[in-house]
Design a binder for this molecule. Structure first.
Ligand SMILES: *Cc1c(COP(=O)(O)O)cnc(C)c1O
Length: 492
């Protein structure tokens, strides 16, 4: 509907036609919302997206243009019908564009927490697609026709792969640790070595998690050395369990001593206490068989005598975010029955992906092909180098002459997510250096920012006055190269 005042505001002329071309546009040059919505290209937007969204953005566009018009800074071209239609289309597109987007991980860190950790295997994606838009047997027992338990969908697999008697799954490993402690040690004491009181990142510190779980932390030993007698002496009436935490994101080197799981399990057993191990990354396969540094495996921890082992689903396992708790039936039952389990339980979406991921481990010979995380971690250097060589020309073409682009084969990446911090992954990529020394720092920041502004953002790192793009995790270099011509505009 046309507003009654429309003809008064615009007279007989269309917006944009009044005034001389050199004068800035005034508020009267702007159309009313209804009039803008009737413009053919805007009407097409309304037909596609509906009135609510388009009218809302039409209003906010006109509001912001009115502010500029009142300030005398609105260019006359900006109020032409085509320009208004275009600006509105851009606002609508921006509102509909997802905030969570695919990026190129050129950081050199394969399992990068900020970039979403493990990439899901194709089998896991297919399972999510097949199940999420359909009713499924999440908590329905198809054999009995009665209520089922979501844990049972993966419990047998987890037991088979780790040798555990029982298993349960929660939202993430932080939740796994929290729930395990709350269920097994509430209002009692948990003994931990001072050398293992780690901060995992963000606000996740082992001592704080213990407090949140309502257990009292008893620290034993020193930062660099803890002995069996330290644990022995700390055990008392109120002790609920001994805990071992994999110090995944740092190493203590030099004059050190720690008590291994088997020894600790002996001590725990003599006092009738459970031993709980938080592994963090926890690999289900021996990574050294794939030429990678060894990482502790849950099955080894259980075999060494731990009663409960917790680890993440989206670190070395290569699956979705999840916290896996495996171990002795008695402890797992207590954990499962704790009221907090309901609050921390895993949803059907990651559970579907987790089951499919775990099933890949039944065919270990194919794992390198089937599991993207393992494929990337074991990607041959020659392959990464070939990617770097393929991208050299497109980068040079897009950025010359302001920068120098070089292929480098001496990069050191890392596994990430806390695992194996001192073991580096030899890698290759591109090193980009500004040709002008003056203002080089600023130029690098601008370039990094322009790369992040691409349709599929490219995330690198700046070190030693170079922008480094580690290409281990870029498997589709054509996709990356195709968007590089856009850089010219963004750097202009
Ligand atoms: C990563 C990690 C956690 C937390 O696991 P999330 O899956 O991120 O919740 C806990 N403990 C250790 C030792 C870890 O490495």
């Amino acid at each position: 509907m046309a507003r009654p005042d429309e003809s008064v505001v615009h007279g007989s002329k269309a917006p944009g036609e009044t005034g001389s071309p050199s004068e800035p546009a005034g508020p009267k040059d702007l159309p009313a919302v209804d009039r803008l919505l009737r413009q053919p290209e805007v009407a097409a937007l309304v037909a596609e997206h509906g009135h609510t969204l388009v009218a809302g953005h039409a209003r906010s566009l006109l509001d912001s243009l009115r502010v500029q018009a009142l300030a005398g800074t609105l260019a006359r071209e900006a109020v032409a019908p085509a320009a208004l239609g275009h600006a509105l289309g851009q606002r609508v597109d921006a509102a509909l564009a997802p905030a969570m987007r695919a990026v190129f991980n050129c950081t050199g860190t394969v399992i990068h927490t900020n970039l979403g950790r493990a990439l899901l295997a194709d089998a896991a994606l297919q399972q999510v697609l097949a199940l999420m838009a359909s009713p499924n047997n999440l908590e329905y027992n198809l054999a009995s026709g009665g209520r089922g338990d979501r844990d049972s969908l993966v419990e047998d697999l987890l037991c088979q792969l780790t040798g555990a008697e029982a298993a349960t799954v929660v939202n993430n490993n932080a939740a796994a640790v929290l729930l395990t402690l709350a269920a097994l040690a509430r209002d009692r004491e948990v003994i931990v070595s001072r050398g293992e009181l780690v901060e995992i990142g963000g606000a996740f510190r082992i001592p704080d998690v213990m407090t949140a779980a309502g257990v009292r932390l008893v620290e034993v030993g020193t930062t660099n050395r803890t002995h069996p007698r330290d644990y022995e002496q700390a055990i008392g009436e109120r002790t609920a369990l001994l805990m071992k935490i994999h110090t995944s994101n740092y190493v203590v080197q030099g004059f050190t001593a720690s008590v291994d799981e088997a020894t600790l399990a002996g001590i725990a057993q003599r006092h009738g206490l459970p031993l709980v191990s938080d592994l963090g990354a926890g690999s289900l396969i021996d990574l050294s068989a794939h030429g990678l540094p060894r990482e502790p495996m849950p099955q080894e921890q259980l075999a060494a005598g731990c009663q409960v082992v917790t680890f993440s689903g989206d670190k070395l396992l290569g699956g979705p975010q999840a916290g896996l708790i495996v171990g002795r039936r008695a402890e797992i039952e207590r954990i499962r029955k704790h009221p907090m389990k309901r609050a921390l339980r895993v949803s059907k979406l990651p559970l579907a992906a987790l089951e499919a991921t775990l099933r890949l481990y039944l065919r270990p010979e194919r794992l390198r092909r089937d599991l993207p995380t393992l494929r990337l971690l074991t990607r041959p250097l020659a392959d990464i180098l070939a990617t770097a060589q393929a991208l050299h020309a497109p980068f040079t073409q897009a950025l010359a002459p302001r920068v120098d682009v070089a292929v480098v084969d001496d990069l050191l990446g890392q596994i990430g997510s806390g695992s194996l911090p001192v073991d580096r992954l030899p890698s290759a990529g591109l090193a980009i250096t500004p040709t002008q020394k003056k203002g080089a720092g600023r130029a690098l920041d601008d370039l990094a920012s322009a790369l992040r502004s691409l349709p599929r953002p490219v995330i690198g790192r700046i070190t030693d006055d170079r922008l480094i793009l580690d290409l281990r995790c870029v498997e589709n270099h054509a996709l990356l190269a195709a968007q590089l011509p856009l850089l010219a505009d963004r750097l202009a």
